[in-house]
Design a protein around this ligand. Structure first.
Ligand SMILES: Nc1ncnc2c1ncn2[C@@H]1O[C@H](COP(=O)(O)OP(=O)(O)OP(=O)(O)O)[C@@H](O)[C@H]1O
Length: 312
């Protein structure tokens, strides 16, 4: 299958206010085949949006190579953009227009006929579960509805690839699930999805494969399951303490398992068998106020790789 994105040693440097270089992206290698749901997972400031903006052909690279849909953004940005659907982090819907009008106006911008735009708008309103809101002004919609409309709008030109920059940031849990369901539907239809997120649950739900990005570099790459298997044990025991007391028990916990992470109010014990570890914790007399066993997640992968949490 053809690769829709090929990046090699991709870099982006901005000048700061004093004119000194800020290295937002420090040499990233990527290959994304057609039909994949691919994620860039990392904390704030990792360089995800900057990478996405280069892929979207709205920000030129300052180093390395980049091919999108077989073309170079520096030479063929307009042709590439015609075949992309872009869902930016900041809302850019026309608040004064209705949902349907937003879709029609966007279709007209691509040069499609009125008839095509009207039919496409109805199809996409249905996809976004907004048919009942077709005539409602955008300003009257909830955050989740606005985000679904932005995704619908990004599909007007039947793009080869849809770019989503933090699609569910700021949404409540229910709105996130509705949105995930829609994105999952797109994925099933074979649309190539590229998304950035700092939510590990989002990455696990949606991404076939992802790169973990930190400080402008890729620190790990694989499917969610591969990353967890490579960097973590199968299970984690979380022991809670009154904040500050956890440090006193780190050494005792470390004697029981192969690795322990210290968080402000918790110890995380990485283990292949959570229930036996909880038993061993009791026998060792470690006075945790509570304990729970859970499976390892991408958050644990990030913590293992960087010693920090994904979300501050
Ligand atoms: N236009 C700009 N000028 C100067 N520095 C910038 C610019 N855009 C981004 N940066 C810097 O580049 C780094 C990466 O930013 P970027 O927005 O790509 O991170 P991110 O991973 O998308 O984080 P977030 O989740 O906060 O959007 C940050 O240090 C940011 O301050």
């Amino acid at each position: 299958m053809a690769d829709l994105i090929v990046a090699s040693d991709l870099q982006k440097t901005f000048p700061n206010k004093k004119g000194e270089p800020v290295h937002a992206v420090r040499g990233i290698d990527l290959r994304v085949p057609q039909g994949e749901a691919f994620g860039l997972l990392g904390p704030n400031g990792a360089g995800k949006s900057t990478t996405m903006r280069m892929i979207a052909c709205v920000s030129p690279r300052t180093g390395g190579e980049l091919q999108i849909l077989g073309m170079d953004p520096n030479l063929d940005g307009i042709a590439i953009r015609d075949r992309l659907g872009v869902v930016p982090q900041e809302g850019n819907l026309d608040e004064e227009l209705s949902c349907r009008e937003n879709l029609i106006v966007y279709g007209r911008y691509f040069g499609f006929s009125r008839k095509y735009c009207a039919a496409k708008a109805d199809e996409l309103l249905e996809f976004a579960q907004l048919t009942a809101k077709a005539s409602a002004r955008v300003s009257a919609l909830s955050g989740g509805m606005k985000r679904r409309l932005t995704i619908a709008r990004a599909l007007v030109n039947e793009p080869d690839m849809v770019l989503l920059d933090e699609p569910t940031t700021g949404l409540d849990p229910q709105a996130r699930h509705v949105l995930w369901d829609r994105l999952f539907r797109l994925k099933q239809q074979g649309v190539t999805l590229i998304l950035t997120t700092h939510y590990m649950d989002e990455a696990e739900q949606l991404c076939d494969r992802l790169v973990v990005v930190d400080g402008g570099r890729i620190v790990a790459e694989g499917s969610p399951a591969q990353l967890i298997a490579q960097y973590c044990t199968r299970e984690v025991v979380e022991l809670r303490f009154t904040p500050g007391a956890q440090r006193q028990h780190e050494a005792a916990a470390t004697a029981l398992v192969e690795r322990v992470e210290v968080l402000p109010d918790r110890l995380l014990l990485y283990t292949t068998d959570g229930d036996s570890t909880v038993e061993a914790v009791h026998q060792a007399g470690i006075p945790a106020s509570s304990s729970l066993v859970r499976r390892s997640t991408l958050e644990d992968v990030f913590l293992t790789l960087t010693g920090r949490s994904l979300v501050d």
